[in-house]
Design a protein around this ligand. Structure first.
Ligand SMILES: [Mg+2]
Length: 226
């Protein structure tokens, strides 16, 4: 066995975050008196992604970006709505949504028979704990390390120090980080010297300057890697 310890990202790696986000977006629209449409969701996502990139880079706090994404979105639309109320509805709804990524449940179940599985996620703790408690993969995960509880986030060294201090037996050489995000997962593995597997179902072009040890479009490809 090459990698007895597997560190999985959560959103858009094991959980279908895009689908959950769509439901949560509709909830935020409801409190703001807006009719949700695909066009509006796309506009919201532009701001949401920009804000989370700021967070990944350590440029802003989670509290700030959670409100800022709605501030920017409503400013662009010229709507007088309360970003705090929208964000609250969004997070509360998100916590109830744990739609699995295709094959994630079967892959976690099978790998948990031979490997030790952990969740490494940049997220709001209340949302991620809520979602995890309802998730079909929950019995297969030994622990979940959530950035908000760690006081640090991927891709920082401090975050991985926190994780490594809490897993008996893990070393830089016996674990594999599996994730969809280049800025948090793959960059984090590069920073900390871990092997990494990029879950890239959309077949986005491989970036320059980042080490990607494995690239998969289907989680079942992990069987041959680990
Ligand atoms: Mg992710």
């Amino acid at each position: 066995m090459r990698y007895p310890f597997l560190l999985f990202d959560a959103d858009n790696t094991l959980f279908d975050f895009n689908r959950a986000d769509r439901v949560a977006f509709a909830a935020s629209c409801k409190v703001s008196g807006i009719t949700p449409t695909d066009d509006l969701l796309e506009r919201y996502r532009v701001h949401n992604n920009a804000c989370w990139t700021m967070f990944d880079r350590g440029e802003a706090s989670k509290e700030f970006i959670c409100l800022e994404r709605f501030r920017r979105f409503y400013t662009e639309l010229g709507i007088d709505a309360d970003p705090a109320a929208a964000n609250e509805a969004h997070l509360a709804t998100l916590a109830t949504c744990s739609f699995p990524i295709p094959h994630s449940v079967e892959v976690c179940r099978r790998l948990s028979e031979t490997h030790r599985l952990f969740l490494v996620t940049n997220a709001v703790a209340s949302v991620q704990r809520g979602r995890l408690s309802r998730a079909a993969i929950k019995p297969y995960l030994e622990a979940a390390f959530i950035s908000e509880e760690a006081g640090a986030q991927k891709p920082t060294k401090a975050y991985f120090d926190y994780v490594f201090a809490r897993i008996d037996g893990i070393t830089r050489d016996n674990c594999l980080l599996v994730g969809d995000s280049l800025t948090s997962d793959i960059q984090g593995a590069n920073n900390y010297g871990l092997a990494c597997c990029w879950y890239n179902p959309a077949g986005v072009e491989n970036p320059e300057g980042l080490r990607v040890d494995y690239e998969i479009t289907d989680l079942r490809e992990l069987y041959d890697i680990v």
